[in-house]
Design a protein around this ligand. Structure first.
Ligand SMILES: C[S@@+](CC[C@H](N)C(=O)[O-])C[C@H]1O[C@@H](n2cnc3c(N)ncnc32)[C@H](O)[C@@H]1O
Length: 380
C-alpha cells in the first residue's frame, strides 16, 4: 500500500508529511492518549497499532514458519492424524509446546484447528508444500536471518556476512568456487526457477527468436523450459565452469543436449559468445553492483545482432511505490550478499538504455515476489 494513502487529505507526499507538523503531533504520547479516546481517531490509532504490532512480530511469525517446515509438521499434517500428542511424541517435544506451535500456525492462517482438538493444513499451509522450491527457500532464510539479527551491524558491514558465503561468486574476486559450493547454490536456484521461468515465459514473446543465450543460466532450468515451450528454438548457456556440469546433466536428462551449446566461463572475462538473437539474464543483475551490471549489459548489447532482444527477469524494487518483496526482502537480501541490489524497473531500463538498448518494455507483474520482467532491443 502506498504510504500516502494513510495521510490526511491534502497533506502532500509522505516524505514532506513525515517532516511536518502532523508527524510531530502524532509522535507525542499525549496525542496518542487523547486520540485513542475519540471515535474516529481512536479507530485510526487502533488500526495503526495493529499494523505496527504486525511489523514488530514479523520475525516471530517467520520463525514459526521455519519450525513448521524444519520439524516436518506441515508434511505430517498432510499425511497423519493431526493429533498434537502424537506429533509431540514423534518429535520428543512436550505436548503443550507442540500445541503452541500448532496454534501459532493456525493464527498465521497456515493451519486449522478442528473441533476435536486435532489440527490440519489450511489452504495456504498446503500451498507451501506444493509451491516448487518454497520449503528450501524457507530453510535457507535461516542464514539471511542470522545476518538480519543485527541490522545495525549489517547496515555498516563490509562483507563477512553469511549470505556472502552462500553466494561465493558475488565477490568477483576471481577465486575459484568449489564444485560442491556451486552444486549447493545451483540446486537452490533450480528449485525456485520453475516459478520464475513460468512467469518470465508468460511475460515475453520468443516468437521469431531462433537462438536464446541464457547468461548466468545456472543448471539450465529456464533454458529447458523455454526450449520445451518452443520446439524450433535453440539455446546457448553461459555460466561458471563449476556450474556448467550441472546444466549439462539436466539438459541431457531432459533430452535437450542436442539443442544447446554450453559456454563455460565468466561474463567478466572477455566478450559474450555471439550467435544468439536473444539474451536472457534471469536473476543475474540483482547479484551485482552497478559497474558490473553496466559492463554485462554493454557486452550483451555487443553480442546481439541489430534488432536482437534482451530479457531481464528478477525481483525488482518498487521505488516510488515501495513494496514488501522488492524494497524489504530483496533489498536487504542483496545488502546481506554484499554486492548487488534490487533495482526498480525504471532503473533497469535506464541502465539498458545507457548500454545502447531501446524499445524497453516493463511487463505487468504477475507475482512481483517471484519476478518482474523488462525487455529491450538492440537498435535495428
Ligand atoms: C542467482 S543465480 C541465477 C541462476 C539462474 N539464472 C536462475 O535464475 O535460477 C546467478 C547465476 O549467475 C552465475 N554467475 C555469477 N557470476 C558469474 C560470472 N561472472 N560469469 C558467469 N556466470 C556467473 C552463477 O553461477 C549463478 O548460476
Amino acid at each position: 500500500m502506498a504510504a500516502s494513502s494513510d495521510l490526511p487529505a491534502g497533506s502532500g507526499r509522505a516524505a514532506g508529511w513525515s517532516r511536518g507538523w502532523f508527524a510531530r503531533l502524532v509522535a507525542r504520547s499525549g496525542f496518542q492518549r487523547i486520540a485513542a479516546r475519540l471515535p474516529i481517531s481512536g479507530a485510526m490509532a487502533r488500526r495503526d497499532g495493529a499494523k505496527i504490532f504486525d511489523i514488530m512480530q514479523g520475525f516471530v511469525a517467520s520463525q514459526v514458519l521455519v519450525a513448521l517446515v524444519e520439524e516436518g509438521v506441515l508434511q505430517d499434517l498432510l499425511d497423519g492424524s493431526g493429533e498434537p500428542a502424537e506429533l509431540a511424541a514423534q518429535r520428543g517435544v512436550a505436548t503443550d509446546r507442540i500445541r503452541t506451535l500448532l496454534q501459532a500456525g493456525a493464527a498465521l492462517g497456515l493451519l486449522v484447528q478442528r473441533r476435536d482438538g486435532r489440527f490440519g493444513l489450511a489452504r495456504r499451509g498446503a500451498a507451501i508444500l506444493g509451491v516448487p522450491g518454497l520449503t528450501d527457500m524457507i530453510r535457507h532464510n535461516a542464514a539471511f536471518y542470522r545476518d538480519m539479527a543485527d541490522p545495525s551491524a549489517l547496515l555498516r558491514s563490509e562483507g563477512g556476512t553469511e549470505l556472502a558465503r552462500i553466494w561465493p561468486y558475488v565477490s568477483g574476486s576471481g577465486d575459484t568456487i568449489s564444485t560442491a559450493e556451486a552444486a549447493r547454490y545451483s540446486e537452490l536456484m533450480a528449485r525456485s526457477q520453475e516459478l520464475v521461468a513460468e512467469d518470465t515465459l508468460r511475460a515475453v514473446r520468443l516468437k521469431g527468436v531462433r537462438t536464446l543465450l541464457d547468461v548466468g543460466g545456472g543448471s539450465g532450468v529456464f533454458l529447458a523450459a523455454a526450449l520445451r515451450r518452443d520446439r524450433g528454438l535453440r539455446g546457448m548457456l553461459l555460466d561458471l565452469p563449476e556450474v556448467i556440469t550441472q546444466a549439462e546433466d539436466r539438459l541431457r536428462r531432459n533430452g535437450l543436449s542436442g539443442r544447446v551449446g554450453l559456454h563455460p566461463g565468466s561474463f567478466r572475462d572477455g566478450a559474450l559468445p555471439e550467435g544468439a538473437d536473444a539474451i536472457s539474464l534471469i536473476r543475474v543483475l540483482y547479484d551485482h553492483d552497478d559497474a558490473t551490471v553496466r559492463e554485462l549489459l554493454s557486452k550483451s548489447h555487443d553480442a546481439l545482432p541489430p534488432g536482437g532482444r534482451l530479457i531481464i527477469s528478477e525481483p525488482m524494487a518498487g521505488e516510488a511505490r515501495p513494496d514488501r518483496a522488492g524494497d524489504l526482502y530483496f533489498a536487504f537480501y542483496t545488502m546481506a550478499m554484499g554486492t548487488g541490489r534490487a533495482r526498480s524497473p525504471a532503473r533497469i531500463v535506464a541502465l539498458c538504455e545507457a548500454a545502447g538498448f531501446e524499445r524497453a518494455v516493463v511487463a505487468p507483474a504477475r507475482r512481483p515476489y517471484v519476478t518482474r520482467v523488462v525487455t529491450c532491443e538492440r537498435p535495428a
